[in-house]
Design a binder for this molecule. Structure first.
Ligand code: DGP
Length: 109
């Protein structure tokens, strides 16, 4: 399967991880939308939120977010999970965007 985030997770593409544990990695977004903008990505390939098949996978991904934020000294942040093309998903390996360091508006664009 030709998946850029699988290649990053497998270290086929060198990347600076800001976090790694048994199941999850995090790295800075290539196209940052805020002073802090990183992605939390499971090592296992799931196309999107719609195809996650275990509570453990949800827990692994989302429990990493506050851990990483604490490590970075980030207390307030926006999390985004784009699901499907019309919602803005461009990489079809689930990831949580975590953005901080500026004011965010609502509704999201
Ligand atoms: P989304 O549009 O929600 O699927 O977000 C995909 C994000 O992934 C987008 O903000 C840009 C980022 N991205 C895509 N390819 C790479 C890459 O090779 N390295 C990094 N660090 N980020 C990437």
């Amino acid at each position: 399967m030709d998946c850029i985030f699988c290649k990053i997770a497998n270290k086929e593409i060198p990347s600076n991880f800001i976090y790694e544990d048994e199941n999850v990695i995090a790295f800075n977004d290539l196209n940052p939308q805020a002073p802090v903008h990183f992605l939390v990505v499971p090592k296992k390939h799931y196309e999107s939120l719609n195809t996650i098949d275990s509570k453990e996978a949800f827990a692994d991904i989302f429990s990493a977010v506050p851990k990483i934020c604490e490590k970075l000294g980030v207390k307030e942040y926006r999390t985004v999970v784009n699901t499907g093309e019309s919602a803005g998903q461009s990489v079809f390996h689930i990831h949580v965007h975590v953005m901080a360091g500026r004011e965010f508006t609502w509704p999201a664009g």
